[in-house]
Design a binder for this molecule. Sequence first.
Ligand code: NDP
Length: 282
Amino acid sequence: MTIQEVYTLSNGYKIPTIGFGTWQTPDGEVAKEAVFQAIQAGYRHIDTASAYKNEKSVGEGIKASGISREELFITTKLGSKGHSYQAAKNAIDASLQQLQLDYVDLYLIHWPNPLAIRDRWQEGNALAWRAMEEAVAEGKIRSLGVSNFLSHHLDTLFESANIKPVINQLFLNPSDQQEQIVDYNKSHGILSEGYSPLGTGKIFEVKELQKIAEKYNKTVAQLAIRWSLQQGFIPLPKSIHEDRIRENLAVFDFVISEEDLVRINQLKGMFGVAPNPDLVNF
Ligand code: NDP
């Protein structure tokens, strides 16, 4: 495996195996520079969201990179106010405008049941999905997906969807491997993207991981990203520092042994678990 490696989505499009995360990356020069540095370092897959309020700067970083659009895989997400037909249509156009792109490669429903529609999320998602399907037909989006969806959210979506989701983006790292929904995704041909692969920084406090990383002469970040790849996930590490942006890609020259995978998998719960979308305020 190399940084050029891709997975094939169930609709035939290709997705680079590591994406660059941009949550909590401040809008303006910081986001623009981080995205620019990421593309210079070799990332070809960028993950943003309307909720991150940095799509404009992410778009500027993409433009500044000079890399052709076809070589890049850009994801953005429908925010919590977008769960109706017209709101989703408007949100897609707004994201494209902010990003200064003609299309995005992947568009995700960010959250299955934001508080504002928690009593009618089924209808909200079906209507938003219809708008997303139309945007696919119009060439504004290539692939559709979801994030933070559990099996009952997907089962319900399948009742009305014509286009199948190709990705489910989830909190996935050694602290929570979400076996149930990951297995469900697999059985439906949906790839699992791993958000917070470094536990939003919490992973660096886990001593056991430091010991294992030292064995491979790698950092904890590299160990966690490599672990994610070996689980078949698509990790989305975020950093605003050029050295870390590069460090997080140097994960293709070692393989974690089966024995160490078992040790890592035993760390479940060490720094928190995935949010339950049915319970948290979003
Ligand atoms: P990560 O798990 O990627 O961790 C990022 C943190 O680790 C930052 O504090 C960063 O600091 C630090 N860090 C990164 N690399 C290194 C390194 N090599 N050494 C030491 N510290 C490092 O965080 P996120 O929670 O942001 O998740 C990644 C991405 O996943 C998001 O940016 C977003 O794109 C996506 N996401 C999606 C969600 C969803 O609901 N769909 C929810 C959460 C995230 P610094 O930047 O200062 O280097």
